[in-house]
Ligand binder design. Structure first.
Ligand code: GLA
Length: 397
């Protein structure tokens, strides 16, 4: 009987039919740093090590930024004669295993990028047809996170292609977070919960408020595209509105702060994308705001939603664990304004519960929802608050 059971277990592990993603790797949205937004193809092992050192020393690692992810262009232009992926020997002379060891020794997790097509977006060898071989390579290097892009996919079907890579990762046996970067083309939120731990919902983010250029756009444009997707996101299967541009040229400090607030409200993966070696104290303060990060990482894992759009402002809400809520109000105008929240608008949603208001950027308490709240808000800045039920104010079950 025991032998039959182990035989059945072995067959289950080996059967591609029963393959699955590694469950439970992302109970809250993954946090880390990725090369692409600032460095694009100009990456190398010194940059990665320096960045990891700064993330550790600055407090970012301890605030939650654990994944250091090498995006496109870490590869040599071709595979070796046996079809194995090779790191670019000029950029990464010590190789990927050594880099992974370095990151692990500093308390980080090691993330890497490839693409489901024949070539990556920056024209390096893609994974198509090599999925199982590549997954074994990543496992042997100690990779913990794989971002998998969608350039040069030809007529491939997204569901099938990403499931093949999921199965390959599973077969390789090392728990690796699988991050789908399919840009939302086939609505991965409708099919990818059993495939990956997160999936991109849009084209690429750019470092601006609401500009657009081909298929890239500023964070406000991307934010608008998240409306209605909230019901698809949750623990271990997150919507990914792309990486952070906090601290990058093109955003004012207010716009960086608002961008970060909304990514926390959305339960978005928080992948910093700035040059941390030269960031200023404002940028570090935004990225390491523990009370804002606690909203992102809230254990209920519910994505926030757009509650109201009015001339000059938007109000978004997110339900948190233990009856708490987060509220983010954006000044969409081009000048500073006094914005008032008359809490009667939230009565239906909050079912009559009254709350204590905590301002997540000043770290101050702002009274209760028994009185209207008025705040002076700069253009494109936010009021970002946590609402905690007043004692005795919870609705009767
Ligand atoms: C695509 C992805 C980006 C980045 C680049 C790299 O555009 O969406 O996030 O990975 O490819 O080439």
């Amino acid at each position: 009987m025991k032998r039959l059971l182990s035989l059945l277990l072995a067959m289950t592990a080996a059967s591609p039919l029963l393959a699955q993603k590694f469950e439970g790797l992302a109970p809250t949205p993954p946090m880390g740093w990725n090369t692409w937004n600032t460095f694009a193809s100009n990456i190398n092992e010194t940059l990665i090590k320096q960045t990891a050192d700064v993330i550790a020393a600055s407090g970012m690692r301890d605030a939650g930024y654990k994944f250091i992810v090498l995006d496109d262009a870490w590869l040599a232009k071709d595979r070796d004669s046996e079809g194995n992926l090779l790191a670019d020997p000029q950029k990464f002379p010590s190789g990927m295993k050594a880099l992974g060891d370095y990151l692990h020794s500093k308390g980080f997790k090691f993330g890497i990028y490839n693409c489901a097509g024949t070539r990556t977006c920056a024209d390096y060898p893609g994974g198509r047809g090599h999925e199982f071989q590549d997954a074994r390579t990543y496992a042997s290097w100690g990779v913990d996170y794989l971002k998998y892009d969608w350039c040069n996919h030809g007529t491939a079907n997204a569901q099938e292609t990403y499931r093949t890579m999921r199965d390959a990762l599973h077969a390789a046996g090392r728990p690796i977070i699988f991050s789908l970067c399919e840009w939302g083309d086939s609505k991965p939120w409708t099919w990818a919960a059993d495939t990956g731990h997160l999936w991109r919902t849009t084209g690429d983010i750019m470092s601006c408020y609401d500009c657009t250029q081909q298929w890239s756009s500023g964070w406000k444009v991307i934010l608008d595209k998240q409306v209605g997707l909230e019901k698809y996101s949750g623990p271990d299967h997150w919507n990914d509105p792309d990486m952070l541009e906090v601290g990058n040229q093109g955003l004012s400090p207010a716009e960086s702060r608002a961008h970060f607030s909304f990514w926390c409200l959305l339960a978005a993966p928080l992948m910093a994308g700035n040059d941390v070696r030269s960031m200023n104290t404002d940028t570090l303060a935004i990225l390491t705001n523990k009370e804002a990060i606690a909203i992102d990482q809230d254990s209920l894992g519910k994505q926030g939603f757009r509650f109201r759009v009015e001339t000059g402002r938007e109000i978004w809400l997110r339900e948190l664990a233990n009856g708490e809520w987060a509220l983010c109000m954006l000044n969409t105008g081009t000048a500073s304004a006094d914005l008032t929240i008359d809490w009667s608008i939230t009565n239906w949603t909050f079912k009559g519960v009254k709350f204590k208001i905590r301002d997540l950027w000043s770290g101050k308490d702002l009274g209760t929802t028994e009185n209207p709240l008025t705040q002076t808000v700069q253009a494109h800045d936010v009021v970002f608050v946590r609402l905690t039920p007043l004692p005795g104010s919870m609705p009767k079950a």
